[in-house]
Write a protein that binds this ligand. Sequence first.
Ligand code: COA
Length: 223
Amino acid sequence: MPAANFKIEPNILDYGQFDVWRAKGNPDSNLLSPEELDRLHAISSQNARQIFLLSRCAIISIVKYYTKNCDFISELHTHPGGKPFLINLPDLHFSLSHTGSEVALVFSRSPVGFDMEKSDRRTDFLSLAKRFFTAAELAGIVAADMDSGSSFLELWTAKEAILKLEGTGISGGLDRARILSESEGDLDGRRVHLHRIEWPGLIGKLASFEKPVAVRMRELILQ
Ligand SMILES: CC(C)(COP(=O)(O)OP(=O)(O)OC[C@H]1O[C@@H](n2cnc3c(N)ncnc32)[C@H](O)[C@@H]1OP(=O)(O)O)[C@@H](O)C(=O)NCCC(=O)NCCS
């Protein structure tokens, strides 16, 4: 059963505003619910455990910030496709991404998808692109030549962000998420807005059906 619904504080996150939070610091496992603690303890890799803990504590802290509720206990549930959501805050949407030891989240009042990768990530991008990208997308990567690794990551993060917006993730079909320009994509004929996020060494893409009015870069340091 969901706990009582919480309210977002007025003016703290308006419709059309997207907050991009980069989370760092020392998360406290005491913040986790018993279910999340079970999940934490089931993770064998120490880095993955740390990332999980950081991301969960970040969600809890950010939700408390938006609701001004110090006693908020997050009830995280997962849609059948894998997208996590807050059951007692239907009006607050978020998307989470981690890479290496980095965790970042986007919060908004409407559905959002976010993906980030290390910009120096090396992978066999051409074979991935041949498999998952449209002919036009592939041609763009090949034309970029020396810079094709970063061109690949630009498209890849955009496609993942679109599929995370939908809630299907990569299994939804990367070919369905088409990238039309730096700021525009398409999912089965529905227009998607794209916004590029950059930190040193990291690139990210935010995808939304609603056009962003403002994208605010924020930092969360857990102590
Ligand atoms: C599940 C998937 C969304 C994971 O993406 P990813 O890039 O590996 O990892 P990210 O850190 O960006 O995202 C993971 C988070 O997305 C969220 N997520 C998971 N499934 C999701 C879905 N269907 N819809 C939206 N969000 C989802 C979760 O919050 C998850 O973190 P958690 O498990 O700690 O809760 C999926 O698209 C996938 O499997 N991707 C494979 C990535 C890959 O092969 N990359 C290589 C080329 S660069």
